[in-house]
Design a protein around this ligand. Sequence first.
Ligand code: 13P
Length: 256
Amino acid sequence: MRNIVTGNWKSNKLWDEADKLMSELVTGIQSSGNTEVMVAPPTPFLAALQSKYNDQISLASQQCSANGEGAFTGEHTASMLKSIGVTSVLIGHSERRESFGETDEAVASKMERTLEAGLRAILCCGENLDERDAGNHFERVLGQLSHALKNVDAAGMEQVVIAYEPIWAIGTGRTASAAQAQEMHATIRQHLSTLYNETVASSTRILYGGSCKPSNALEIFTQPDVNGGLIGGASLNSSDFLAIVAASNEAISKAV
Ligand code: 13P
């Protein structure tokens, strides 16, 4: 199973900067080894980056509409993303849940729209610090997953990647320890075997996100249930992001 390393640029960079970063990544990733490299730039840049770099690095959208085509000003549908060559959509990122009121219901609808459009969903989940301190983190994360996946069957899971991003580790410099990441990833995998079956559980990629950087990526990626990363701040700089991709390749080669 190949790892996936995805850069989530969030709301950062103007066009010239985005173009420069993409060009550095394309040059730097001559052979990505056993890691699929993907970036999720701001929405206004998706079409131009796709036509300029033409599938050299696959593109994800940072979100999509819970609806189909219609009178929904400001929204972009999963099918529109598919039509310009985007391959994947981040769904349920904690920043969307917390700052834009994205509910579990909306996340479930976005999952459906994304899979219907033939795109891959990168489903994000994660607990906040209060939930972690109260010992409710497993319940919180598994609850998010059960909701989001309620209309996804075992065949649909082939299009789903999960990203565990503890909110207290996002942009804080405070990463989960490798043991904390592994413990949650193993619990998520176990949950997938309950919701679906062993095959789905073992073949679904589970990425870690939250202050992942060159200095800690290898240790996190060598955990048995970690299949790559969703990278925020460190994806805004090509040398850091390329070092994280290299860490993923090294982790895979050690595992073989
Ligand atoms: P940071 O890597 O900046 O902590 O962000 C993680 C994240 O939210 C990726 O989606």
